[in-house]
Each structure stands twice: as C-alpha cells, then as structure tokens.
Ligand binder design. Sequence first.
Ligand code: 5GP
Ligand code: ZN
Length: 117
Amino acid sequence: MDGCLFCKISDKKIPATVVYEDDRALAFRDINPVAPTHVLVIPRVHVSTINDLGPEHEADMGHLFRVAAEVAKLEGLSERGYRTVMNCGVEAGQSVFHVHLHVVGGRGLGWPPFPKG
Ligand code: 5GP
Ligand code: ZN
C-alpha cells in the first residue's frame, strides 16, 4: 500500500535488518528494541489492524506465528522463552498500521505488561 512504512520495508524500498524472509512474511529487527531480541514479523500483504482481517488472511496470520518460532530458534530463544505481541489500535499502542507481530526476548519479561495502567 502506498505510504505504508512496512510495505516499503517489505518491498526493500526502506532498509531494515532482515533476520528471516519468505514469500508470505518478513522478519526484521525493531529500530527501537526493548530487549536484546526485538524482531517484527509482518505479512507481505497489507492489512492495517487486526480489525481488518478477513478469512483470506487466516493462512498468512497463522504463518506469522510459525515465522516467530523460527526467529526465536535463530535467536537461541526457543528454550529460554520469548513473547509475541500484536497491538491493535491507538490505546494498545499501535503506531504502525500494517499488522506486525513483535517477537521479544533475551531478558526476563514482566507480566502483566501493562505498566501505564
Ligand atoms: P507498534 O507500536 O505499532 O506495535 O510497533 C511498531 C514498531 O515499529 C515499534 O516498536 C517501532 O520501534 C518500530 N518501528 C517504527 N519505525 C520503524 C522503522 O522504520 N524500522 C524498523 N525496523 N522499526 C520501526
Ligand atoms: Zn503496509
């Protein structure tokens, strides 16, 4: 989609540190990491938020989790543990409106992760 930052990263029009890619998904390091590993996994197809998902996106969204597990393996986190997060909408903190799965790990992660209250 024109003007979408993550579509541009998917199309290699904007650089990113890619850790995994295939024809349906791309995984790249977050520019502002909150942990030693902070990778974003995006579908190649543009979908703005979880609210915009249709039945045609189910395979791609399931694939994101398999890519997240692959990223965790590449980062040595499979056994240690890691967290996947997908924010939806402003109040949840979504700032880029192309769905993306955060894969975060490499340090202890607090729960619940809602410090602002
Ligand atoms: P959200 O807040 O929408 O859940 O997550 C968006 C994430 O994208 C943030 O963690 C932010 O640091 C990351 N981000 C924003 N712009 C860029 C960019 O240009 N490159 C990369 N690699 N990450 C970005
Ligand atoms: Zn997009």
